[in-house]
Design a protein around this ligand. Structure first.
Ligand code: NAD
Length: 419
């Protein structure tokens, strides 16, 4: 898509080559004391793709699957996501190769702290701002902030001399987002991604004159993102007819009640044997007939060349990261299915992360209503900008989103060079 968007913008191949690679990637090997008294060496990465728009921004994942190429790709993705959302952040990503299920809580804490010490020189509120990602949590961010604050005299505070102690504290807090609420985290972050997707759905409905009560939606994955998407879409009157978790799915043509489904899942651990509905598989959910909007909100590459041709929805809202493969994307475009790309659809999360950073930097604390009220206009604006190019140039939403993002980064690079 990057290549296609560079060609669409008639940019030189050198620009494409440059954006393919991060500006910097650091590999660290660091020791962690295990509960048995032995020391184990772990490997981690931090990739800084582009910071023309602002500090590098992106999650830290703890997973056995972490590798250098994946971290590089994900950091580039963050550059385009932040640029589409028009927030003053660049793109970064990091991770440690580790299976957290094999660690005790104290080992996890020591690993988190040791990783921060290993990358401390690279990060900072105006340099690079990490966040939670796969298998990292607000608690882990809290440990990281604490460790980073201990290192502050050597790292951050040399840049903040003359600031009051309170301001210094909030500056170190701003080095990480996704912290817990009582440690500088932002209200509204938990539901931001799902709700952000619903703001996009609303904007789409307005353009396409969809009547909520007649618009049938299938949501794959009812984790953090899928649950809040379903809850808020239902509140606006949209009809959620299918939902699934990793094990099974349910379908009811006349609509499901999200609250009932979520309480059932909480009590029973899955959606299996949910009463009064048709049981379906995850594969069936994707190709349901009689649905208008398909919302993949679980994992990547679920829409691929094997099933793309069988998709019956007219709209796909990509709440998961990378749910559609490049081959499937072409098939859907041919079928005239409108795909709202992940870098727009799920950018509500990173936008509220920006709000968290902003509150920390300015020593402010916004209410949930304030946060969500600021989120909506940003996402609606991003949707409308992208849609304008879709209509005028007859290109996909994904191509349009990438083109806007690349242009923004190039303009910022030009402006920075003039400073
Ligand atoms: P989560 O772990 O809370 O939920 C994932 C859900 O998907 C669960 O209901 C799980 O049962 C289900 N699932 C897992 N494997 C599945 C499979 N093979 N088929 C169908 N369902 C399956 O995760 P989340 O935070 O809701 O994230 C979901 C997606 O959204 C991911 O792609 C993530 O990268 C992306 N995303 C999340 C955020 C955020 O703020 N949480 C922000 C941007 C993007």
């Amino acid at each position: 898509m990057l290549k296609l968007a560079c060609e669409f913008l008639k940019l030189s191949p050198e620009i494409y080559q440059r954006f393919r690679e991060p500006e910097r990637i650091v590999k660290v090997n660091f020791p962690v004391k295990m509960d048995n008294g032995k020391t184990q060496i772990f490997t981690g990465y931090r990739s800084q793709h582009n910071n023309a728009l602002g500090p590098y921004k992106g999650g830290l994942r703890f997973s056995p699957m972490v590798d250098e190429q994946e971290v590089k790709n994900l950091s580039a993705w963050m550059t385009w996501k932040c640029a589409v959302a028009d927030i003053p952040f660049g793109g970064g990503k990091g991770g440690v190769i580790v299976d957290t299920k094999k660690l005790s809580k104290t080992e996890l804490e020591r690993l988190s702290r040791a990783f921060v010490r290993a990358i401390a020189e690279m990060i900072g509120p105006e340099k690079d701002v990490p966040a939670p990602d796969m298998y990292t949590t607000p608690k882990i961010m809290d440990w990281m902030v604490d460790e980073y604050t201990k290192l502050a005299p050597r790292t951050v505070l040399k840049d903040t001399q003359g600031l009051s102690l309170a301001t210094q504290t909030s500056v170190t807090l701003a080095t990480f987002t996704g912290k817990s609420l009582n440690n500088g985290g932002s209200e509204g972050r938990t539901e931001a991604t799902g709700l952000g997707g619903v703001y996009i759905l609303e904007a789409l409905a307005k353009k396409k004159k969809l009547i909520p009560a007649k618009t049938k939606i299938a949501v794959q994955g009812i984790g953090n993102v899928g649950e809040y998407f379903a809850r808020h879409a239902e509140k606006l009157g949209f009809k959620i007819v299918a939902m699934s978790d990793s094990q099974s799915g349910i379908y009811n043509a006349s609509g499901l009640d999200t609250e009932t489904v979520m309480s059932y899942k909480q009590i029973n651990g899955s959606l299996k044997n949910f009463p009064g509905v048709k049981a379906i598989s995850n594969a069936q959910l994707l190709i349901l007939k009689n649905i208008d909007v398909l919302v993949p909100a679980a994992i990547e590459e679920v829409i691929n060349k094997k099933n793309a041709d069988k998709i019956n929805a007219k709209y796909v809202i990509e709440m998961a990261n990378g749910p559609t493969t490049a081959e499937a994307d072409k098939i859907l475009e041919k079928k005239k299915v409108l795909v709202i790309p992940d870098i727009l659809a799920n950018s509500g999360g990173v936008t509220v992360s920006y709000f968290e950073w902003y509150q920390n930097m300015h020593n402010e604390k916004w209410t949930k209503d304030e946060v969500l009220a600021k989120l909506k206009p940003k996402l609606v604006k991003a949707f409308n900008e992208i849609f304008k190019i879709v209509e005028s140039k007859k290109v996909s939403m994904r191509l349009s989103a990438y083109a806007i993002a690349i242009k923004r980064v190039l303009t910022a690079e030009k402006n920075n060079a003039l400073k």
